[in-house]
Design a protein around this ligand. Structure first.
Ligand code: T1G
Length: 682
């Protein structure tokens, strides 16, 4: 037996334990262990039933994503599944942690599934731009029916054990912490009872009622058009599930394999698999700090009860932390506290949050008018007005109040963290925690490392990010850090282009078709032109629009006109303001561009800025920049982010495009293009 699998036999029950850290992925080692173990039990007459169980943190969490695109080696998943499903002896999958993707498909091959209450099962392949390629699209519908299978597989979210039991995704629950005994007893009972073995593939009762109804699938795709826009996998998943209703099992499996092959060779899936690892890579403590013990964070002080302060407070409360929110202005403090209470109330009303959990969270929120209230907190996060004098004064005060080992963080989106840290006697304990609004929803957290930030502070910030379910990206100190800085050229280019002819709606449409939720002009109107243009005194397109009372969606329209339901229409007034501004700036050349040309004009400069911050060391790796843009700005994940996308386009083409625009390509970009290298292709 390979070291990954161990076998034993107890009273006629063969037990195969898989142990392949960290998540028992279905690598070649695991497939070999399964193959050997099941062949051994098939040949052993003493074995009358089999339990498949895993060691470590979880049941099998799926195929080994790192194997895709390489020679997989060893027995194939199909060969292994064949031995299990048709070995003639009842097989019980004993599930703890998560049985996901190929792991849950393996459980569906088994004749029975038993799980502990804390376990979760699911088919999340859609997040990797794939579909369940080991029979999941054919077997799951035979358990839960077509409608539920459509939701479960195009959604990809795991299902908790209780609900899985109700849906039939598992057959029984074992006592928490007693899975092995529970599974052996379940198998022993099967031996006792005897009787025919039913394979999931042989079940028809859940799919028959949906046979010959193609409208189910067209209606489903129409209903989810917005969510599926730009992706490939959901469409192939729906086709595969339709095959489960329309075709005999064996033909359905062939169809599934065809549809899987289309996806696994697509750029979209390559991008989404790249992103899976990119998110995790950025969250890792850097090697130089890996032996450092992060500080324990249980109590958080939040200074400022505005939009960001209340969002940050909720992010911490949602993670079970205690929060003391301080705001000097009593009315503002009351508004902040009311916002938090109201948000939880709405979540309870919508059934998204249990009332007792909302109570628990609110019970951990204290509010105060004085900074002294945060003297016992482990981490203090300031979210006050973006003004250096205000922040320096506040940090100096906090330095005198906070515990010596407390970390003080700034939520600033662009101010120099080193300057802020210098206002304290503890620069090693100062870090930037740049949240994106709404802070309790957006998953990106830019961790800004100052020149004096210690390894312990950095490791604690990364650990805190994971605790509050954020995806951290570490940034050096520089204006706009990572996401805001690299995405700024997109807006700048859009404004410049609008002066040369293309209307805002044409530019926005090109960005929407590329995969953004909305274009820069629609975004500016949504955020508010007074917010977007805040801080600059020079005359801009925004200032001209603000001057005539056009602040965006909230007041008087902006680049677009809006009706009472805030539906946007092109604005002749805004077009005239743009024309007048262009004339005032002496811009006379009018150009016509295709959508692809608009994409190049707006996004090649973004790639250029990415190359600059990589070269400057503001970002440690290209994939961090991709994570920041995908999570911070909704860059379409199926393109992998600006760096992965630039490699797909070809760095040489990007360099040529920039030069044609009169933009000097970044040194690193030119070097990589000249050397035929890439940013993200290993
Ligand atoms: N393959 C390879 N490595 C994986 C992996 C996988 N499937 N899942 C996790 N890892 C690594 C991960 O990179 C990290 O590595 C470590 O394990 C811990 O992960 C045929 C085609 C299971 C819920 O999509 O959702 O099956 O950074 O930090 O937060 O139809 O991992 O330590 O070096 O995420 O506790 C389908 C993906 C695959 C599940 C655990 N399966 N994994 O979360 O730990 S495709 C998935 C997860 C497939 C079949 C198809 C999560 C988790 P490192 P982690 P976690």
């Amino acid at each position: 037996m390979s070291q990954v699998g161990t076998t034993e036999v107890i009273d006629g029950v063969g037990i195969l334990t898989i142990d392949y850290p960290p998540v028992n992925a279905l690598s070649v080692h695991t497939r070999r262990a399964l193959d050997e173990g099941f062949r051994q039990f098939a040949a052993d007459d003493d074995v009358k039933a089999i339990v498949l169980i895993c060691a470590g943190r979880t049941f099998i969490a799926g195929a080994d994503i790192s194997e895709f695109g390489k020679d997989m080696g060893g027995p194939s998943l199909q060969d292994v599944f064949e031995i299990i499903e048709n070995g003639g002896k009842p097989v019980v999958a004993a599930i703890h942690g998560t049985a996901l993707g190929g792991g849950y498909e393996l459980a569906l091959i088994c004749h029975y599934r038993i799980a502990v209450p804390s376990a979760k099962v699911g088919l999340p392949e859609v997040a990797l731009g794939l579909l369940p390629g080991a029979g999941g699209t054919q077997r799951l519908p035979r358990i839960v029916g077509i409608p539920a299978a459509l939701d479960l597989i195009t959604g990809g979210a795991p299902t908790g054990a209780q609900k899985a039991l109700a849906l039939g995704m598992i057959d029984a629950l074992a006592e928490e912490g007693n899975l092995r005994e529970g599974a052996i007893a379940f198998a022993a009972d099967l031996i006792q009872k005897g009787g025919p073995l039913t394979r999931v593939r042989d079940r028809q009762d859940k799919v028959e009622p949906y046979r010959g109804k193609p409208e189910i699938y067209s209606e489903y795709l129409a209903k989810h058009a917005r969510a599926f826009r730009g992706f490939k996998a959901p469409f192939n998943i729906v086709k595969a599930i339709e095959a489960a209703a329309e075709l005999p099992f064996e033909q359905g499996i062939v169809r599934e394999r065809e549809l899987f092959q289309e996806l696994v060779t697509s750029t979209e899936s390559a991008a989404q698999r790249y992103y899976f690892f990119a998110e995790r890579q950025g969250a890792k403590v850097p090697d130089f700090a890996k032996d450092v013990q992060p500080l324990a964070i249980a109590k958080v002080g939040v200074i400022g009860a505005g939009t960001m302060g209340t969002g940050i407070a909720m992010a911490c409360l949602d993670a079970g932390l205690s929060v003391t929110m301080v705001e000097r202005d009593e009315a503002a403090l009351d508004r902040g506290a009311a916002t938090i209470a109201d948000t939880y109330k709405k979540q309870v009303e919508r059934g998204r949050l249990k009332p007792d959990v909302a109570e628990q969270r609110l019970g951990k929120l204290d509010t105060a008018l004085f900074l002294d209230a945060v003297k016992e907190t482990d981490l203090i996060i300031e979210a006050v007005f973006e003004d250096m004098d205000i922040k320096e004064g506040l940090f100096a005060e906090l330095d005198l109040i906070a515990k010596p080992e407390a970390i003080i963080a700034s939520n600033s989106s662009f101010l120099d963290l080193n300057e802020i840290a210098a206002a304290t006697s503890r620069p090693s304990g100062v870090v930037g925690l740049h949240f994106f609004s709404p802070a309790n929803v957006m998953r990106l957290l830019e961790i800004v490392r100052g020149s004096a930030t210690s390894d312990t502070t950095l490791a604690t910030a990364l650990s805190f990010a994971k605790k509050i379910a954020k995806v951290p990206v570490v940034s050096g100190v520089g204006p706009g850090f990572i996401a805001n800085r690299v995405m700024a050229p997109r807006s700048q280019q859009a404004l410049q282009l609008a002066l040369q002819g293309p209307e805002p709606e044409q530019i926005d449409q090109a960005m929407f078709n590329f995969g953004f939720a909305m274009g820069p002009f629609a975004m500016a109107d949504l955020v508010g032109l007074d917010v977007i243009g805040r801080g600059s005194n020079e005359r801009t397109l925004q200032s001209d629009l603000i001057k005539i009372g056009r602040l965006g969606q909230k007041k008087g329209g902006g680049f677009y006109d809006y009706d009472a339901s805030r539906t946007a229409t092109p604005s002749p007034v805004a077009s005239q303001v743009i024309a007048d501004f262009a004339a005032a700036k002496g811009v006379s050349t009018k150009i016509e561009l295709t959508a692809d040309e608009i994409v190049e004009r707006l996004l090649y400069p973004v790639v250029n800025e990415c190359a600059k911050i990589l070269d400057e060391g503001i970002a440690a790796r290209a994939s961090d920049i991709d994570v920041a843009c995908i999570l911070g700005y909704g860059w379409p994940v199926y393109t992998g982010g600006p760096m992965f996308w630039a490699d797909t386009v070809g760095l040489g083409k990007v360099v040529e495009g920039l030069e044609a625009m009169g933009i000097e390509p970044a040194k690193l970009l030119k070097e990589k293009a000249a050397n035929g290298e890439s940013f993200t292709r290993g």
